[in-house]
Design a protein. Structure first.
Length: 318
């Protein structure tokens, strides 16, 4: 199907930074480059305005050169600069998005892929193994440091220029659905590490904000807690009698002797002094030896136990 210049310009206006006009013209490498760099960092998208007529004509087969044999494309300073810039960009993205991958592996691989992508734009390409070998060798010399992206990208770009060649003509182009699928996978592979890194960073920021909020709350409540503690120390704050006498209301603060005394008097642990007096008087009347002559020994034993329990509970309150 013949490509129309008006449609190409419309796609350039609507989705130029995403490379829609390049997808329309079958320039998938150029489209992927624009997707990953947002139109060549903006400048490349504007540069396309003057080249669209020639690209439309080439897509329609007009003015296509014949068999170029083993001819080598002319050296392009603009392509070389783009290779160096995109190689550095890919290397920095790898350093940010893949911090868990060794730098000697992630950085040269990303730089080499960036340089190869620029080399494949248009009707040219380069030998990918040579580019990757140069990138890994340069990165090894600089031990994978972040600042090594510049010499690594420069070495890979020079190698790409030395091994540049034309793409073979007459190759059948895949269907649009397959092309979009491949472009989507490439964009996902590029963006997924950055998205994961950004999500982890956002979670860390939220955790920091939560910790700061808790610290601010504690700081705001500090005067109130300090005044309350000071009031308790000076005796202005009320406290229970059991706490004042050191017995407390928790079962763990009572001695076994006190628990036994409450049990003898038939009272729950922690009962008030009035309950202790009342229960003692009632039980003494029941178990007084003079009222239990038919079981004098048992009454005398119970009477003594009541006396001891009463003294155990009431004695510290006197």
């Amino acid at each position: 199907m013949a490509k129309r210049l008006l449609v190409a310009y419309g796609l350039w206006v609507l989705g130029g930074p995403l490379g829609l006009h390049h997808i329309y013209l079958g320039r998938d490498s150029h489209a992927l480059l624009w997707m990953l760099t947002l139109g060549g960092f903006g400048g490349g998208w504007l540069w396309d305005f003057w080249h669209l007529p020639g690209w439309v004509a080439a897509a329609n087969g007009a003015g296509a050169p014949g068999d170029r044999g083993g001819t080598v494309p002319a050296l392009s300073p603009l392509r070389l600069a783009g290779q160096v810039m995109v190689g550095m960009y890919f290397g920095l993205v790898a350093a940010l998005g893949l911090p868990w991958v060794p730098a000697l592996l992630a950085q040269p691989l990303a730089v080499g892929l960036g340089v190869q992508l620029v080399s494949s734009v248009g009707d040219q390409t380069a030998e990918a193994p040579s580019i990757l070998a140069a990138a890994f060798l340069a990165s090894l010399l600089f031990q994978g440091r972040v600042l090594a992206v510049l010499p690594t990208s420069l070495a890979a770009s020079i190698t790409a220029q030395r091994h540049r060649r034309y793409k073979p003509r007459g190759m059948p182009q895949p269907r649009l659905a397959a092309r979009l699928y491949h472009l989507g996978l490439a964009c996902l592979a590029f963006a997924a590490p950055l998205a994961c890194c950004g999500l982890c960073g956002a979670i860390g920021v939220l955790g920091t904000l939560s910790a700061l909020l808790r610290a601010a709350t504690e700081l705001l409540l500090l005067p109130l807690r300090t005044s309350r503690l000071l009031a308790e120390v000076l005796g202005f704050a009320g406290s229970s009698p059991a706490q004042e006498h050191g017995t407390g209301f928790e079962p763990s603060s009572w001695s076994k002797r006190q628990l036994w005394a409450y049990e003898v008097l038939g009272l729950p642990a922690g009962s008030s002094a009035e309950d202790v007096h009342r229960s003692y008087r009632e039980l003494v009347k029941v178990w007084h030896p003079d009222h239990n002559r038919h079981q004098a020994e048992e009454a005398e034993r119970r009477f003594i136990l009541l006396q001891e329990a009463y003294e155990e509970l009431v004695g510290p309150r006197r």
